[in-house]
Design a protein around this ligand. Structure first.
Ligand code: 6PG
Length: 466
């Protein structure tokens, strides 16, 4: 009998199965397109205990009870349809896991629906792409403890390992796993945008070649900025098209795609009323990038009056490094705040420091900074807003002049830096006792009688302003 069933043999599914097999876990697989399943078993399975089935009935019967089935299929209707096909074949106490990038609200609905049928359900965030799935992803399961314990050993064995243990923990109740994975992606978008802005400044203002910028990123990766995204950026920038001297990055059209998880993070932040401007602006920047034709047309009509660069190259690069740390730090502050808000709203009971721990390896946003953030959270002792820690404030204050310089420089040279600007404005706003929201309240009351509160008296007020 097999310990785990996996449905869906796309890139992620196939690599996870091979990873499971390497850890000695006996796996049954099923795929809608039978040929793909046969090819996989024939060509890729080498010595692992993996068996393929072309009927769902036989696939389910091959599994030990309680059955554990991992869905690695496209998020959305396909998941509901598969659950519908599986239900008549399952028994009370069996478990389904969804390892896709599913919207957390869909997962919440499925948890409830299946609970009524006695079937456990885990929304499993999986990060690390192809490579991570094969050699150790970061796993973010969410659901009941009872459900998690059924697969804990399996998940721990395939997860990435760091000096803080395997990158897997039950992140919380209900749809917490998919929520945390979604925010992981929101932070991923912000970090990528911040990196892209540094690159843009280096190529346009410092006029560095891709390989020179690659060296800067390689150097940054040796220090505090050490992270997967900085590492791959270094590799990307020096990559030349095979057989030519052309840098691949220069040949790629500047339209950034997206599958939706960044947008969902921004939407969730709005829904929860938590400010996450650096995460949402990164989505905005990708959307804007798609207007290539308009940008081409307009760029020819915009006269730029470039100033003389007043700093040396090394100074600019130093400032860029410090500002990028400022951006990364704020992206994490905002993302963790959103998770905290959701945990409260939906009763997830997420342990933020555990989330940071399992992001240390395997996932796309793994970064040295995570250890520092964990240290801060541990010291805050229950208070979750990282900015309230003296250590966090010092860290940001130490970099404030650098990011002020970088945003100023970007403006002088007409370069958009959404992530840098919002990180700085988020920080300024959070450090400001008096925001101009009083005027906005007055305007709302003027035209819509929306009322306002006063600083000197309790109550709700309205004025006839004219
Ligand atoms: C990961 C990635 C992965 C995927 C995202 C990004 O954690 O392994 O986040 O889930 O690459 O969906 O996709 P988009 O940039 O296309 O939204």
């Amino acid at each position: 009998m097999k310990e785990l069933g996996v449905i869906g043999l796309g890139v992620m599914g196939r690599n996870l199965v091979l990873n499971l097999g390497d850890k000695g876990i006996r796996v049954s697989v099923y795929n809608k397109t039978k040929e793909k399943m046969y090819d996989f078993i024939k060509d890729e399975v080498k010595g692992q205990s993996v068996l393929g089935f072309d009927s769902l009935e036989e696939f389910v019967s091959s599994l030990e009870r309680p059955r554990k089935i991992l869905l690695m299929i496209k998020a959305g209707e396909a998941v509901d349809s598969m659950i519908g096909q599986l239900l008549p074949l399952l028994e009370k106490g069996d478990l389904i896991l969804d390892g896709g990038n599913t919207h957390f609200k869909d997962t919440a609905g499925r948890v409830d629906f299946l609970k009524g049928k006695g079937i456990h359900y885990i929304g499993l965030g999986v990060s690390g792409g192809e490579e991570g799935a094969r050699n150790g992803p970061s796993l973010m399961p969410g659901g009941s403890k009872e459900a998690y314990f059924l697969v804990e050993d399996i998940l721990l064995s395939i997860a990435a390992k760091t000096d803080s243990g395997p990158c897997c923990t039950l992140v919380g109740e209900g749809a917490a796993g998919h929520f945390v994975k979604m925010v992981h992606n929101g932070i991923e978008y912000a970090m990528m945008e911040g990196i892209a802005e540094s690159y843009d400044i280096m190529r346009k203002i410092l006029k560095l070649s891709p390989v020179e910028i690659s060296e800067v990123f390689e150097n940054w990766n040796e220090g505090e900025l050490n992270s997967y995204l900085i590492e791959i950026t270094g590799k990307i920038l020096k990559y030349k098209e095979k057989g030519t001297e052309r840098f691949m990055v220069d040949l790629i059209l500047d339209k950034a795609g997206q599958k939706g998880t960044g947008k969902w993070t921004a939407e969730s932040a709005f829904d929860l009323g938590i400010p996450a401007p650096t995460l949402s602006t990164a989505v905005e920047a990708r959307v804007l990038s798609f207007f290539k034709e308009e940008r081409q047309f307009l760029s020819k009509r915009f006269n730029r009056n470039y100033p003389k660069l007043e700093y040396g190259k090394d100074e600019v690069i130093r400032n860029l490094r410090e500002s990028l740390l400022f951006v990364f730090f704020n992206a994490f502050v905002q993302g963790l705040w959103v998770i905290q808000g959701a945990s409260k709203e939906y009763g997830y009971q997420v342990q933020l420091s555990e989330v940071l721990r399992i992001w240390k390896g395997g996932c796309i946003i793994r970064a040295q900074l995570l250890d520092f953030l964990r240290e801060i959270l541990q010291e805050l002792d229950g208070e979750k807003l990282i900015l309230k820690s003296d250590k966090a404030l010092k860290y940001l204050m130490d970099r404030i002049e650098a990011i002020k310089e970088v945003t100023r420089l970007a403006k002088d040279f007409y370069i958009p830096v959404f992530a840098h600007n919002t990180a700085l404005d988020f920080f300024f706003s959070m450090m400001e006792e008096n925001l101009p929201a009083n005027l906005i309240q007055a305007q709302r009351d003027f035209f819509g009688a929306h009322t306002f509160q006063r600083v000197d008296r309790e109550g709700t007020f309205h004025i006839n302003w004219e």
